[in-house]
Design a binder for this molecule. Structure first.
Ligand SMILES: Nc1ncnc2c1ncn2[C@@H]1O[C@H](COP(=O)(O)OP(=O)(O)OP(=O)(O)O)[C@@H](O)[C@H]1O
Ligand SMILES: [Mg+2]
Length: 176
């Protein structure tokens, strides 16, 4: 690939961001950063107490992810962030204008099944419902690709690599 991509792997909980992100980074030969690691201590305290984060809580977190992504501009990198809302992606792009999103998309039943089998995690169905309700998919003016998450992690990673190659041939359409 010509310029190394800085990829944000996005998608609802359980869609495979933490699984696919490092594999994609390895394939691209760039570092991976886990988006959850960028939360300020106040957010971690809130989440530990089971209190949902507000958008106000999310801005400093998104700014920190954006700062990492921008630091990788021209070098390449992969970072995970659910980035469900357009406003969250706008915030990331405000700091890191060149990021490309890989939206991991999947059938709700498949994702729920994978979540159920995840070690040490329990995700109530209602939380997955709210994730799907919040999700605003990529719009035509946003640089990015949607990648289906059926199959093995290796298959998904290969699919993401193909989609990124195609993206170079047909970049995002500017907003009218
Ligand atoms: N292609 C796959 N095939 C089978 N299991 C998978 C696949 N991808 C991910 N998983 C499993 O599904 C579960 C959820 O994946 P993962 O933790 O990567 O999702 P996530 O998007 O990072 O979720 P969160 O938003 O909660 O951090 C994990 O148990 C993971 O091992
Ligand atoms: Mg994760």
């Amino acid at each position: 690939m010509s310029t190394p991509h800085v990829v944000v792997v996005m998608g609802v909980a359980g869609t495979g961001k933490t699984t696919i992100g490092p594999l994609l980074a390895a394939r691209l030969g760039v570092p991976y950063a886990e988006g959850d690691d960028f939360h300020p201590p106040a957010n971690i305290a809130k989440m530990s107490a089971g209190t949902p984060l507000t958008d106000e809580d999310r801005w400093p977190w998104l700014d920190a992810i954006g700062a990492w992504a921008n630091g990788r501009a021209g070098l390449g990198g992969v970072v995970s962030s659910s980035a469900l809302k357009r406003a969250y992606r706008d915030r990331l792009r405000a700091v890191a204008p060149d990021v490309v999103f890989v939206h991991l998309t999947g059938d709700r039943t498949l994702i729920e099944d994978r979540m159920t089998h995840r070690q040490g995690h329990f995700m109530p169905t209602a939380l997955l419902d709210s994730q799907f309700a919040t999700l605003q998919p990529l719009e035509p003016d946003e640089a990015g690709v949607a990648v289906d998450v059926s199959g093995s992690p290796e298959e998904i990673t290969a699919r993401a690599m193909d989609a990124l190659r195609n993206l170079e041939r047909s970049p995002a359409r500017p907003a009218r």
